[in-house]
Ligand binder design. Sequence first.
Ligand code: NAG
Ligand code: NAG
Ligand code: NAG
Ligand code: NAG
Ligand code: NAG
Ligand code: NAG
Ligand code: NAG
Length: 278
Amino acid sequence: MVGVLLLLLLLKPASVSAIGHVCGSAGNYTAKSTYRSSLAVLNATFPGNASSSPQLFATATAGVVRALALCRRDTTNLTACRECVASSFKYAQKMCPKHKAATVYYDYDEVNVTRPGCLLGFSGDGGFLSPGSSVIWNDTFFQFFNPVQIPGKAGVVAAAVRQLLRQTARYAAGTARRFATGSMDSIGSAAPTLYSLAQCTPDLSAGDCLACLRRLVDTLNATNSVRVGGRMFVLRCNVRLEPFMFHNDKSMRRIPSPSSIAPAPAPAPAPAPAPDME
Ligand SMILES: *[C@@H]1O[C@H](CO)[C@@H](O)[C@H](O)[C@H]1NC(C)=O
Ligand SMILES: *[C@@H]1O[C@H](CO)[C@@H](O)[C@H](O)[C@H]1NC(C)=O
Ligand SMILES: *[C@@H]1O[C@H](CO)[C@@H](O)[C@H](O)[C@H]1NC(C)=O
Ligand SMILES: *[C@@H]1O[C@H](CO)[C@@H](O)[C@H](O)[C@H]1NC(C)=O
Ligand SMILES: *[C@@H]1O[C@H](CO)[C@@H](O)[C@H](O)[C@H]1NC(C)=O
Ligand SMILES: *[C@@H]1O[C@H](CO)[C@@H](O)[C@H](O)[C@H]1NC(C)=O
Ligand SMILES: CC(=O)N[C@H]1CO[C@H](CO)[C@@H](O)[C@@H]1O
C-alpha cells in the first residue's frame, strides 16, 4: 500500500507549510547497492540543476535512478528553489527510508511569498519515471484540504470551485510554461474571493497537461469541492485553491463565477399569429 502522510507545521496563522509525501510501492534498496550510491549522486548535484534551468525544471538519471524536480513557476528566488529540492531529498530519505521510489510535495502558505514550493520524485527501473511509463497515478497522488467550508449554498459553491479550477487548468495547459493562476469573486454573499493555481511539468504536451489536470479536478467530490482551501498533486501536475493570494504570478486571470454570468436571455417568443381579419 502506498503510504501517504501530511506534516502540517503550524508556525503562525499566516505561515503554514504543508509537506506531502508518497512512498513508492516498488520495493526497497539495500545499504550497499548501486541504487543507494546513485541516489547519493542525485542528492548531491540535482537540486542545483532544477534551480539553474530557465523552466525551474530538471530531470536526471544516475545509474538506474531517475529523478524529476520542479519549482513553482512564480519563483524568483533561485536559492530558495535549490534549497527546496535539497530539503525534499532529505525529507524523502527521512519519511521513505530505503524506498526505491518516492514523491515529495513542498508548498508554503504565505501571503507574501518569499520561498517557492517545489516537488521532487525519484524512481528506479520500471518506476513512474521510466521511459514510456504513463503517469502512474496511484504511486504519486496526494491531496490535502482545509477542513473549513466555504459559506454559501453547497451546490453553488461547488460549481464555482470546479469552474475556477477547470478554467485555471485550461489556461495552464495553454501556456508554454504550463502554469496559470486565477481568482474568482462573486461566488455568493458570504464566500471569500478564491485564488487558484494549476501547473504541469513543462515536458508535458498541452493535451497531456490538460488531461492530467482534469483528472485531478475530477477527483473532487461533494465534500472537498466546498472546502476553503485544497491541494491536489500527482508528480506531473497539481492544483491549489486558497482564500488568499499565495503566489507571485503577475499574469493572474480573473475568472467569472457561474452565478455572476447573467443567464442568456430567454429566446424571444415566436410572433403570435396575426389575428384573422374580419
Ligand atoms: C522498506 O523499508 C521500510 C523502512 O525500513 C519498511 O517499512 C518497508 O516495509 C520496506 N518495504 C519492503 C517492500 O520491504
Ligand atoms: C544529501 O545532501 C545533503 C546536502 O544537501 C546532505 O546533507 C545529506 O547528507 C545528503 N544525503 C545523502 C543520503 O547523501
Ligand atoms: C546537472 O547539470 C550539470 C550541468 O548541466 C550536469 O553535468 C550534471 O550531470 C547534472 N546533474 C544531474 C544529476 O543530472
Ligand atoms: C532567498 O531564499 C533564501 C533561502 O531560503 C533566503 O535565505 C534569502 O533570504 C531569500 N532571498 C530573498 C531576496 O528573499
Ligand atoms: C490504481 O487505483 C485504482 C483505484 O483507485 C485501481 O482501480 C487501479 O487498479 C490501480 N492501478 C494500479 C496500477 O495499481
Ligand atoms: C470525498 O473524498 C474524500 C477523500 O478523497 C473522502 O474522505 C470523502 O468521504 C468523500 N466524500 C464523499 C461525499 O464522497
Ligand atoms: C498580508 C501582507 O503582508 N500583504 C502585503 C504583501 O506585499 C504587498 C506589496 O509589498 C503589500 O501591499 C501587502 O500589504
